[in-house]
Ligand binder design. Sequence first.
Ligand SMILES: CC(C)(COP(=O)(O)OP(=O)(O)OC[C@H]1O[C@@H](n2cnc3c(N)ncnc32)[C@H](O)[C@@H]1OP(=O)(O)O)[C@@H](O)C(=O)NCCC(=O)NCCS
Length: 339
Amino acid sequence: MPPIDAYSHQCGVMDSFAEMVAAGVKPVALTHPQPSQAARDRYLPYAEGLADRYGVRYYCENGGLVTDLFPASLNRGTYNLVFYRDRAAIDAYLSIHRHKAVLQQAGRYAGRPRFSLAYQLGRLLGYSGSDIRRMVAQNGDREPVDPMPDRPLPVPCAGRPVEIGDISRKKDRFLSPLAALLEQTFPQAYKNCGEEEADALLSPGRVALGALAGGELVGFVGAMPQYGQTGWELHPLLVAPAWQRRGIGTRLVAALQQWVAARGCCCLYLGCDDEFGGTSLAGADLYRDTWSQIENIRLTGDHPYPFYQKQGFSIVGVFPDANGPGRPDIWMAKRIISE
Ligand SMILES: CC(C)(COP(=O)(O)OP(=O)(O)OC[C@H]1O[C@@H](n2cnc3c(N)ncnc32)[C@H](O)[C@@H]1OP(=O)(O)O)[C@@H](O)C(=O)NCCC(=O)NCCS
């Protein structure tokens, strides 16, 4: 067999990846990590040609994305190209970076949220849920639990009691903080449009309750009536990452319930998407055995349905594939009894 030089070999790999991305087999594909920017940039002319030939695009990644999906040493400090076809795919890929940074900053890059990032990356690369779980389980080269152990973790609640209050009539003061909270907590949904969404959430006719710590907005819950005054949709609920798991979400939901009960609500409901394999319902055909799959739901990553169950909500249905194939919206509801 004639010798194959490394550069040509890599070009061949890129060619097949670009074709797979064009065909929708992989939402994104990563080229082989290179040790320097110059080494990666040698492939740009070839990548340019592939982009034209297959109708795909590529993103130049500097520094590498490390999750538990692959050995940390494979991608740490490397340079590569990320092929993608749809804008949403590269946005989702970049949001893994941001979400990881937020978790690390909050000292929460561990457990389910950490697994969830590896899971999201695996799904973007086209792997099945079971393959991802196996790869993560077999990966013996992981970053330390706290990759910045010298940095003191935030103790946000110290000395700052959290108060829940109506912020609906204070758009001037809370528009920007709410936009920032949305972008920080849901980067995949609100990146670059946090202000637009905050403006709608603080509009008349809606409930808008904020969790305030020394005047800083650290949580928010909103709702609006959708069936006269009897059926209200909770949207959205969010707590800043550094303040999560301290009972703030529970207090926001309790306050919201009182608020809507006083306005004639009988049913408070919400949809919680499973876009990133947080539950066993992701990747499943939910048109078949719908109720037995709902009854047997379990966490496979990070998802808030257990939080809502703890607040008395039940799963009352699903919209299969609402966010794309295998990415359902899970509907939950709670009976509200007016005083
Ligand atoms: C979901 C969220 C609002 C919960 O708020 P929180 O202040 O962290 O929750 P609490 O501290 O009041 O938690 C109450 C209980 O729910 C559990 N819980 C909270 N989030 C959970 C999650 N993602 N998965 C499983 N359990 C969760 C807590 O462990 C706690 O259990 P315990 O009472 O047995 O100790 C918050 O984590 C958040 O903003 N997440 C990101 C945005 C999001 O997912 N919003 C919901 C979209 S539908």
